[in-house]
Each structure stands twice: as C-alpha cells, then as structure tokens.
Design a protein around this ligand. Structure first.
Ligand code: AHR
Length: 492
C-alpha cells in the first residue's frame, strides 16, 4: 500500500492550461488528411477542417496549438500560403519525405482551425532560411489593426480584422535543422529578429526563443545569458526514444525490458527540467521567463509500409503512461513550465488522433489528456508519496507517480499512473484537513500493448472508475497494472 499525502493548504504555482497544448506540423499526414481535407472533400468538414477531429479536440479541451513546425518552420515562407489557393506557390518539403507542399493550408487556415477548436494559436517564425523583414511582415499581417501594406493584403485575402496572436517563437531547433547555429550566433540573431516582431495596437506578443535539445544546458546558459531580457519564454525539446535512434523499435512491439526502458527515458524529463531550470534561475531568478516544452513525446519506428519521412506510429498503453507520467512532471514544475506541446496532433509521432480516410480514432494518449483536463488553470498542491523502484537493471522507474491540484471552486484533481506492467498497486490518499464530500474517477487501463485500430471497436477507452473506498476520510484507490487514474474530489 502506498501513502499519498496531499496538502490542500499548501498551494504552489498555477498550472497554466497551455501545458496541455499540442503541435501541428506540415509533416506527413498531420495537417493534410489529419486536420485539413479541403472544402470540397466528402469527409465532413467546416471550411476544410475535419469535423470529427475538431470535435475531438474541443472535447479534449485543447488550449493551444503550435504551427507550422518543427523543422518545417525554418523553411516555411508564409507569403506562399496566402491568397487564392490555385495560385499558391508549391514547394518541396525537404525535411519530411520530399513531398510537394501545395500551401493550401496557410495562415488564414491555421487561424480558422484555432477558431473552430477554441484554442490559442502559437506561431513559429523562420530564422533559419527567412529574413528579418519576412518575420516582421508576418507579424504585421497577422496582427496589425489599421491601414498598412500587410493589413490591406490580409483584407484582400478575406480577413479584415487582425487576429489575436500571443505566442510567437523565433526559430525552431536552430542548433540543428533550423540552421546548425551555435548558441552565441543564435542568441545574437534572436536579439535582432525579435526586435522587429512588433506589438501592434492591443496585441502583445509573448516572445519565445529557441531553446535547447534535451540535456544541452550550455545552450540555455548562453542564449539566456545574452538575450534573457528580450524574451518571455525559451523552448526545450525532449523526445522519449527507447535505447537509441537505431534500436528504438516499433510502437506496438516491445517486451518488458523495453517497457521499462521507455518509461525510464520518459522519466528523464524530470532531471532535464530541473537542470534547465537551474540554468534559467542563474539568469532569471524571479522566474519571469517561461520554460516552453514545445516538443515532447515518444518517437518509435514508423509503421511498416508507411513513408519513413512521415513519422506515422501507432499508440499503446505504453504511450498513455509516457503521457501520464510526463504531465505529472510538468504539473510539478508549474513554476517554470508554462506551456508544453506534445508532438504531434494527428498521424505523427505520439498523436492524439489517427485518421484513415473518413475514419478517425482517439489514441490512448488522447484519453490521458482528457482525464488530466481538471489540472488546466488549477493550482498545484504540495503532495508526497512513498513509492518503490521497479523495472529492469539500468532502467528503473517509480511504480506510481502522482500530482494534485485544486481548482478555483475547491475541487481537487489527483492523477495517478501505475507504471508496473504486471502488478496492481493500491494508494491511500490523505487530504490533510479537507473533508471529502464526493469522489468521481476515470480510469484508462488495458493490456500494455493494447491500441485502438480502425477496424475494431476501441480497445483502450476511458471508463468510470469505481475501484476505490472512502473510510474515515481516507480514500484508497486500487490501480490496475499499467493504468492511469484521475480522481475528482469535492469538499464537504
Ligand atoms: O516533431 C518532429 C520534428 O522533431 C520536428 O520537426 C523537429 O523540430 C524535431 O526534431
């Protein structure tokens, strides 16, 4: 039996809803087919956006969506994606499969997608192959309210009013696909590019600098050392890759060792965040600047027979546990981690939805985001739990992980992951000084390799959770092996 102590009086930082964000890149079938099918498609759509996908994302309470990349962002020239679709310039998507991009999904379409979902747009600018002028004009095009060359062009293209745009990132992975820059060179470029990303009217940009790859703490140190005063956030990318890039294996094929290897790699997020935060504290002790983990998730081999450049992978309970444990870590780092965007939205990497023609399925990861939605905008609570190390030699993990938060109306959300592939675990939850009136729960549990497929009824879906007792104010929850549980607790 584990003991989890939650302290409702010890309120920590707010968990920004943006921590539950997502990422959509012009990569494989993420945008085209996954989200956008065009107005003339037989697949039900509104202004070209798939109705099934938009509805699913609304239900999941998606708060923010990043676009257009990823590596694609640093070769994207936004002017190619506006105006009549028939005349939009085509380009080769050199990063992702070398396919021809027809630019039929551009700035207007992205804002329309966000409008339909009801989420904040997060736009990533091009530093690697774009000019300062190009970035400056894009911001003007999107946000200038009045008569200006770009605003007039926007109106000509059917959108008189400017859009509200808060989140803007200056470059992507500029240490790699975004130009192979040194941190010193990028920091100088960041200072220059961001200067011309103007705040027009009441629109105030939240400027994000390109941050580090995984454990490259020097990048954070140098970029913040040279440019901290010009940024509101700095990004971080960390993917869960079991073993190494050559031996990572397929999403649905893994043994016990690989299960724990994967979860152990995912758990590295804790150490990586802690060390980047320490570096940030050096330059920003007041914690003004947000750490934005705008790419994270599992990265396996592509499904057999699919384009290797499209990064299409299935998603099992292993992915659900990676999502659950990572989101619990993010919650606990709420004082710095104020946005995160899992990669990616549809049909790419750890997607929340997969599509095949007119069919759409929700992945186990989708349900985890839905179950954790109670944390969005709530306040993290101090909590502690005794737990055991399990797994294989060299790839140990904690058997149970948790986080707890309180919403404005006093409702407490507790999310628990049982990382054991084989054993159930019981957790006694004690909420100091909090009289419990009611408990509702949801559970996601299935055999570790279970996944949802197009031709079968869903194998992994969220269910009402009833396997708990409430005695003398102690709530005892029984967690099935390989499961995620969310508890919603109200006060007497
Ligand atoms: O998400 C896939 C790719 O991973 C992104 O384009 C890039 O930023 C990262 O390397």
């Amino acid at each position: 039996m584990h003991h989890l102590y939650v302290y409702p009086d010890q309120k920590m930082s707010k968990i920004e809803k943006e921590v539950y964000g997502n990422f959509s890149e012009h990569l494989g079938r993420c945008i085209y087919e996954g989200v956008y099918v065009g107005e003339d498609s037989e697949i039900p759509n509104v202004n070209g956006m798939r109705t099934d996908v938009v509805e699913a994302l609304k239900e999941m309470k998606l708060p923010v969506l990043r676009w257009p990349g990823g590596c694609f962002a640093d070769e994207y020239h936004w002017k190619d994606g506006i105006g009549p679709k028939e005349t939009r310039k085509r380009m080769v998507n050199t990063h992702w499969g070398g396919v021809v991009e027809d630019n039929s999904f551009g700035t207007h379409e992205f804002f329309e997608l966000c409008r339909q979902i009801g989420c904040e747009p997060y736009v990533n600018g091009n530093v690697g192959s774009g000019s300062v002028q190009e970035m400056n004009e894009w911001v003007e095009y999107m946000t200038f309210d009045g008569v200006s060359p770009q605003a007039v062009e926007r109106e000509k293209n059917g959108h008189k009013d400017p859009w509200k745009l808060k989140y803007f990132c200056v470059g992507n992975e500029n240490w790699g696909c975004g130009g192979n820059m040194t941190p010193e060179f990028y920091a100088d470029n960041y200072r220059r590019y961001q200067t011309y990303c103007r705040n027009y009217g009441s629109n105030k940009l939240f400027k994000i600098a390109c941050g580090a790859n995984a454990d490259d703490y020097n990048w954070t140190d140098v970029v913040m050392g040279k440019a901290a005063r010009y940024m509101d956030g700095i990004s971080l990318h960390y993917y869960t890759v079991p073993y190494n890039w050559k031996e990572r294996g397929q999403a649905t094929e893994f043994d016990e060792e690989c299960w724990y290897e994967t979860l152990n790699k995912a758990y590295r997020m804790e150490e990586i965040l802690t060390k980047h935060e320490a570096m940030m504290d050096k330059h920003d002790p007041e914690k003004r600047i947000a750490l934005v983990v705008d790419e994270w998730g599992t990265w396996f081999d592509v499904e057999p027979g699919t384009n290797p450049g499209f990064l299409y992978q299935q998603s099992t309970m292993r992915d659900a546990l990676v999502a659950g444990l990572t989101l619990n870590i993010f919650n606990k780092h709420a004082d710095r981690v104020r946005m995160a965007n899992i990669a990616q939205l549809a049909n790419v990497l750890q997607a929340v939805v997969l599509t095949e023609g007119a069919k759409m399925i929700k992945t186990p990861t989708y349900y985890v985001f839905q179950m954790f939605a109670g944390h969005q905008g709530a306040t993290l609570l101090q909590s502690s739990m005794d737990r055991n190390e399990i797994g294989c030699e060299g790839r140990k993990v904690y058997d149970v992980t948790e986080s707890a938060s309180v919403a404005e109306d006093g409702t407490i959300t507790v999310t628990l992951n049982n990382l054991s592939m084989t054993d159930a675990n019981a957790v006694a939850v004690e909420l100091a000084g909090y009289g419990i009136a009611s408990v509702k729960g949801q559970v996601l549990a299935a055999s570790p390799k279970a996944f949802n497929d197009f031709d079968e009824e869903e194998q992994v879906t969220v269910k009402d959770y009833t396997d708990f007792t409430l005695e003398n104010g102690v709530l005892t929850a029984n967690l099935p092996a390989a499961s995620v549980v969310a508890l919603t607790i109200t006060k007497a």
